[in-house]
Design a protein around this ligand. Structure first.
Ligand SMILES: Nc1ncnc2c1ncn2[C@@H]1O[C@H](COP(=O)(O)OP(=O)(O)OP(=O)(O)O)[C@@H](O)[C@H]1O
Ligand SMILES: Nc1ncnc2c1ncn2[C@@H]1O[C@H](COP(=O)(O)OP(=O)(O)OP(=O)(O)O)[C@@H](O)[C@H]1O
Ligand SMILES: [Mg+2]
Ligand SMILES: [Mg+2]
Lengths: 226, 226
């Protein structure tokens, strides 16, 4: 359902040595899988997620979503695929600061023209325990509450593919496991889930674990402990 | 060395019920202690840290740094105390986006007029493993690298008191333990360290653990496992 083939991402910084955030990475994720991506800080996990999620174009290689080569699409067409099929939880949340939690969560609905259906944003926030924080702006929320708004926004459009970049980094154990249980439930209902995490306890929820180091895949195997 | 007495922090949101982020909290942290603060998302940890670190004024109660009542100081005097005595690692990093890593880390030195001493900012970044990222702006750094710039900035002025709000939330295990080892070393050299964490493994490094729930102290005890 989501595939990258021989993908590289290079950054050239001043006159220095080019930085290979990704080098020749190939990953194929099947419909309905639950994948965890792990690896050290700076190893390329977010870069890989941004390419999988059509938020960033690779320097080389192909990206296919449902068999369609999306690296060939223009920005507008790419944004449409993203909005229809993918829900993305950003490592740094990316919430609009002057906008309430409920309005932040409504954004993907406006784009997919589903905002006529009232109550979706409210329900999404209730599902992550923020029913009493709907009108708070991000600056009026704790770090973990902001993270949960970002999660609610990723899920409100009921996407086929959920890509979550360190979705529990700011959450206590109980809130982390509530979020993971939510992802597991969505996965059992047929959604494909890919999460970046640096915590082995969180990775245990996945059926497949991909390890990345220095921009390359180090290992990619079934999680035998599930 | 840092003390809050009967401190409360109330937010009034629209016409709703006031939110007590902190209610009658009293905590006294002694010179040279290593304290971990734990608790659920939204329980008041960052609010308590901001009050301890002179970044936010309580609605009620007293805040004392080295015996001086800082809640009575004006903003400029408070900022001076903060710059001289406290190094703060923010949960959301608070880096200047258009500014390189090394310039971000130099900021506290400019304020304390120690920026004449060259190499301090570079050394601070090298100590957190970012010697090869000095000229990158935050947007050109991974989440964990941004977090480490925030840590370097908190430590560059060699503060007596280090307050770190979830300093390892975006770091893999190895980088987390490197940062904790660094804090431990600074603590053995006499610095007072207070870290908010939601990970029990990280809290194990502390000699005292404070648990907070719903804006109030739930427990405050020595860590018997050290
Ligand atoms: N715009 C950029 N210019 C230069 N280098 C960049 C840029 N963006 C990212 N990098 C570098 O690419 C590498 C990979 O970054 P990436 O964000 O994918 O890491 P990550 O695995 O998500 O790390 P973390 O666990 O810390 O979030 C890092 O070393 C980073 O410094
Ligand atoms: N400006 C504000 N207006 C209204 N409520 C606020 C404001 N700032 C914080 N709050 C509320 O105060 C409570 C405590 O927030 P705080 O940031 O201290 O929590 P926390 O323990 O650090 O949580 P986390 O672990 O998620 O970072 C939260 O419920 C939050 O919604
Ligand atoms: Mg990342
Ligand atoms: Mg917090």
């Amino acid at each position: 359902i989501v595939k990258v083939k021989d993908v590289s991402k290079v950054y050239k910084k001043d006159s220095g040595v080019p930085i290979y955030a990704l080098r020749n990475v190939s990953v194929a994720i099947g419909d309905g899988e639950f994948v965890a991506i792990m690896g050290p800080s700076g190893s390329g996990k977010s870069t890989l997620m941004n390419v999988l999620g059509c938020l960033d174009r690779p320097s080389e290689g192909e990206v296919l979503i449902d068999g369609q080569k999306v690296n060939l699409l223009d920005d507008e067409a790419l944004a449409r695929v993203r909005n229809q099929k993918i829900g993305f939880v950003f490592q740094s949340f990316n919430l609009l600061p002057r906008t309430s939690a409920i309005e932040n969560v409504e954004l993907p609905l406006i784009y997919s023209e589903r905002d006529k259906i009232s109550g979706l944003a409210k329900a999404a926030l209730e599902n992550v325990g923020l029913g009493d924080r709907l009108n708070h702006q991000p600056g009026e929320l704790s770090g973990g509450q902001q993270q949960r708004v970002a999660i609610a926004r990723a899920l409100v459009n009921d996407p086929e593919i959920i890509l979550a970049d360190e979705p529990t980094g700011n959450l206590d154990s109980r809130a982390s496991y509530e979020i993971l249980a939510l992802f597991q439930q969505l996965n059992r209902q047929g959604r494909t889930v890919v999460i970046v995490t640096h915590e082995p306890d969180i990775a245990e929820y996945a059926t497949r674990i991909i390890k990345i180091a220095d921009g390359a895949i180090e290992s990619d195997a079934a999680n035998l402990n599930v």
